[in-house]
Write a protein that binds this ligand. Sequence first.
Ligand code: NAD
Ligand code: ZN
Length: 375
Amino acid sequence: SQSVIKCRAAVAWEPNKPLVMEEIEVAPPGAHEIRIKVVATGLCHTDLYHLFESKKKEGFPAVLGHEGAGIVESVGPGVTKFKPGDKVIPLFISQCGECKFCRNPKTNLCEKGWSNERYDVMSDDMSSFTCKGKTILQFMGTSTFSEYTVVNEIAVAKIHDSAPLDKVCLLGCGISTGYGAAVNTAKVEPGSTCAVFGLGAVGLAAVMGCKAAGASRIIAVDINSDKFEKAKVFGATDFVNPTELSKPVSQVLAEMTNGGVDFALECVGNVGVMRSALESCTKGWGVSVLVGWTDMYDFSARPIQLITGRTWKGSLFGGFKSKDGVPKLVDEYMAQKLKLDDFITHTMPLHQINDAIELMKHGKCIRTILNVCPE
Ligand code: NAD
Ligand code: ZN
């Protein structure tokens, strides 16, 4: 099995263009690497960010996709904890277990992964992919829009043998991110009042996290009112569309909550919304968490917001240590303690990826599952 595999992948040749289905060559796994047959993958807004929104135009050509699940095809020299046939989720944050971050319970960062130096382009110079004689970068180190991918063992989680891969793939990014932002980063408290800005899968998972943590009131905020019905399923109690208000949303939320919410999570990736979320928090103890991804603009707020006791924090992958956290979240899903199916609004084969992108661009889906190599 240790030979080059030729397979189908959706290649992003350049920014702002549709992905192209190509035959690519996938190298055998090197030392401490694992070659994975991708079964299913979600499409996350961060893929769209890289393709359409980021001002940095490095990081192409690439295979995008970082919310996948698959089966180990083969392992490279030195890999002892994985074997062919294992069910796995590739991780965009590694957990080497040895660096100063891995050893510190306060963070889920890891010094060894691709992301240590390359937040700007979110991919790595080292790649196992070629196509038409060119090196193809592995976006976020994962590249799940390919039938096969190669990932270092420090960035792979082994999961339950009977986990349905076309559902638990969502734990590779969006759901873990939003859920963890509420329970790990914000540390939402029982009886508290929360606001979640942006009701994509990340925001809805944040709503689910607020509910799991015992929040008594969860205000769902989105400029697309079509999202409110789903937000209700995950536990939202109030619904606000900023485009329908004559006052700033932070003022409306303050009036609804006698001075502001206890916790506000930004799940959009817009610096203006980040400011609104902070300003929606109560003075004294309000906590606002940045979850949405953007690296294009500075954010700003008046210092008095923090001086009077608000806290502004950020959350990457929901604060979960990736290799430890993901298998546990899979088990919670299997024990029906965590919803995943309700996030899935569309399912299609990988070659229809551009349709999935259009759905997300126009706010017509929550998550589309792309079947890559169905089980
Ligand atoms: P999505 O596109 O499915 O959802 C975004 C939602 O925000 C949509 O419902 C949209 O209508 C809403 N929105 C847009 N502008 C708004 C505004 N001004 N006010 C209120 N709502 C508004 O995206 P997603 O996949 O759920 O991802 C959400 C964000 O989280 C993205 O920025 C993504 O890059 C980021 N993300 C961050 C991490 C992390 O680790 N921090 C991980 C995954 C995704
Ligand atoms: Zn993502």
